[in-house]
Design a protein around this ligand. Structure first.
Ligand code: ACO
Length: 277
């Protein structure tokens, strides 16, 4: 498996995703043909996330090689991610990155920009050209839960514990997680999960649609590998077009969706069978 050198990715410009720069912020990134794997790699701190984590994720998204079709997001060690680094709540903050105290002193425009930049680390995982798969074991708390929600699919170990802890800490979930959560489980369940900050374990996650599959902890890597192979078995362009259709479905009427299907199919058939005569 090659270290990703990020020549010129989809963003069209070079980003620093060297192993060294990512290791400094607790990330690993490997590209193997059509599969990219991102690993949260601070297991001793339960893969707690910082602003640097999110800018690292955004850089990976910008530099993702064109050939990549499946992005696996995983966490090293016992937990997928224990959420935001709790040092953010202290006056000292995270060295070089500030604290919630310093964020609170930002002007409105700077605050908006700071959070928007953080969200960029998550949003690209929904691009139609890729399918993102979260492999989730142990705790996925707050930002960890939202990172799993940012992915298209979640394969979880039977010890998984999802928790949207932000409201218990006086915050709202703002790392792109609220929309996918509502879309996956519905408004009432999302309200219950967020406003109680309760833990959702594997059986419930499967039942309510938060997880596609539950496997043993030891079986997680194999299950993700199998799903990746299945995802790669379909036609690349048809898969991207179908994902565009599925993503747009909720925002369209049936008639609009049918029109969108026709438009995508016209492009597919022209591409496959030689274009209009
Ligand atoms: N930020 C910084 N360090 C953390 C975090 C975190 N979010 N979570 C765990 N750690 C550190 C611990 O301080 C500890 O460090 P130490 O060994 O230097 O003392 C180490 O990781 C291991 O943590 P334990 O609590 O001993 O591990 P355990 O497996 O028993 O528990 C658990 C894991 C349940 C995740 C627990 O660590 C925890 O509750 N963490 C905080 C979760 C949290 O509130 N996150 C914020 C959510 S809100 C948001 O993300 C916006």
């Amino acid at each position: 498996m090659a270290e990703a050198k990020a020549p010129h990715g989809r963003g069209g410009f070079t980003e620093d995703v060297s192993a060294e720069s990512l290791a400094e912020i607790g990330l690993r990134y490997e590209v193997d043909g059509e599969i990219a794997t991102i690993t949260l790699d601070r297991p001793d701190k339960r893969n707690a996330q910082t602003f640097a984590t999110w800018s690292g994720l955004a850089r990976i998204g910008e530099s993702l090689p064109e050939q990549v079709r499946v992005v696996v997001v995983r966490g090293e060690g016992p937990s997928f991610s224990a959420g935001i680094d709790l040092r953010m709540f202290t006056p000292e903050g995270v060295p070089g990155q500030g604290s919630f105290g310093s964020v609170a002193r930002l002007g409105d425009a700077s605050f908006e920009q700071t959070v928007q930049q953080a969200q960029q680390g998550f949003l690209w995982l929904r691009r139609p050209e890729i399918v993102s798969v979260a492999a989730v074991q142990g705790h996925a708390i707050g930002a960890g839960f939202q990172l799993a929600l940012a992915c298209d699919l979640r394969i979880v170990a039977d010890d998984v514990k999802f928790c949207m802890k932000e409201p218990a800490l006086g915050l709202v979930p703002d790392l792109t997680g609220t929309k996918p959560l509502v879309e996956l489980v519905g408004l009432a369940r999302a309200t219950d999960i967020c406003l109680t900050a309760r833990i959702v374990e594997a059986d419930e996650a499967l039942r309510i649609g938060l997880a596609e599959r539950v496997v043993t902890r030891d079986g997680l890597a194999d299950a993700v590998r199998d799903k990746t192979a299945e995802l790669l078995s379909t036609n690349r362009d048809a898969a991207a077009a179908t994902k565009r259709l599925l993503q747009g479905a909720a925002g369209r009427t049936l008639e609009e969706q049918c029109a969108a299907e026709r438009a995508e199919q016209a492009m597919r058939i022209k591409a496959l069978f030689g274009g209009a005569s």
